[in-house]
Write a protein that binds this ligand. Sequence first.
Ligand SMILES: [Zn+2]
Length: 412
Amino acid sequence: MKKKTARGRYMFLTGMMTASLLLAACGMGNTSYSVDQLEEVSSSAGSEEMTADGAASASNAAGNGSAGNTSETGNGKISGTGSGSAGKAGLQADRVTPTPTPAMPAKEKISFDPTWEYADESKIHTDPVTLWHAKGTTRKDIVVAVNAGHGCSGGDTVQTYCHPDHTAKVTGGSTSSGATMATAINSGMTFNDGTKEAEAVLQLAKLVKEDLLKAGFDVLMIRDNDDTQLDNIARTVFANNCADCHISLHYDSTAGDKGFFYIRVPDNASYKAMEPVASNWEKHDALGEAILAGAEESGVRIFSGGSIALDLTQTSYSTVPSVDVEVGDKSSDHSEAAQKIVAEGITVGLEKYFRENPVKDGALARLTQKNGSLSGKNSESGSSRLTETDSESGSGRADENGGSEEEQAADE
Ligand SMILES: [Zn+2]
């Protein structure tokens, strides 16, 4: 048997608190849920042998709004002091079989920092993101931001600038060429079978996350529920500051089952001269090519030449290698079986990219240097939205994009 330690109890509480936060964020905080659901949420949180009693405690914690304590997680674990909640954790001691102490927490929340570059261009950024750490000896110390597109209720009634210098968009897309402002984040398309794009890409993002963690990547999950209040700029700013690359996941709004492709940077002189595009566009395209190669290698069907050039908000604000991946379209198979192959392809592509472009002083090092811990400054933990349970993936709003195939592409 594993020995019970104060550290172990602390780890348990941390796991439970984090699970509570996630459950509460999903609107499940005040409802009863099964142990299975809880284990699914917290299976990587260091609480492998959870009991039914433990589940009940998590429910109470969520109901009491204690999730704000999550901030202590990062401090305790990163510094190795285990400070803060150990006393409270003792309440759970007789209900838990602790797991071995990992070098890092399984996951932690990071809140939006208004001092980050381009942060003031974002209009929606009240929710935190979750940084998942890979376990064991295969850790790469590389953070991949996985951004399940859409899933931000109300995002299509807000506008943000297309470019950080407020110049006009150089290609069409969900916003026309020449516009200086675009929808902060739209609700996405609906598949022919009625499934919302936001739902399909969230399912895919979770599969990608699991594959990446197994491969030793840390994963910054930009969205892990149906409604994450972060617009496209906020998501990009999070990736810029907390990750070594940014992959957004989408299905296109055409209906020809066109296959997999990525959005490359348009070959436009003024666009490629604008920062931060000027300093980063080659990395964006190299990342796109690597992921395309990984997808092809894994047997994913590729659309045409594998890329379309578009001026996207994501690319316009990205200071880390960043790519919008379009996995298919309205007619494509978005079953878990089909998505597992895509997830594997993305992982193979990222391994290839980072073999060729090793990370030096990456996001983890920068975050630790800046904060003393990864989440030391995130005491608010986005708890402002814990009680809001509106919107099941922004349903009810149709995708209003029109125009040619290229114009319909990549409604980010
Ligand atoms: Zn999309």
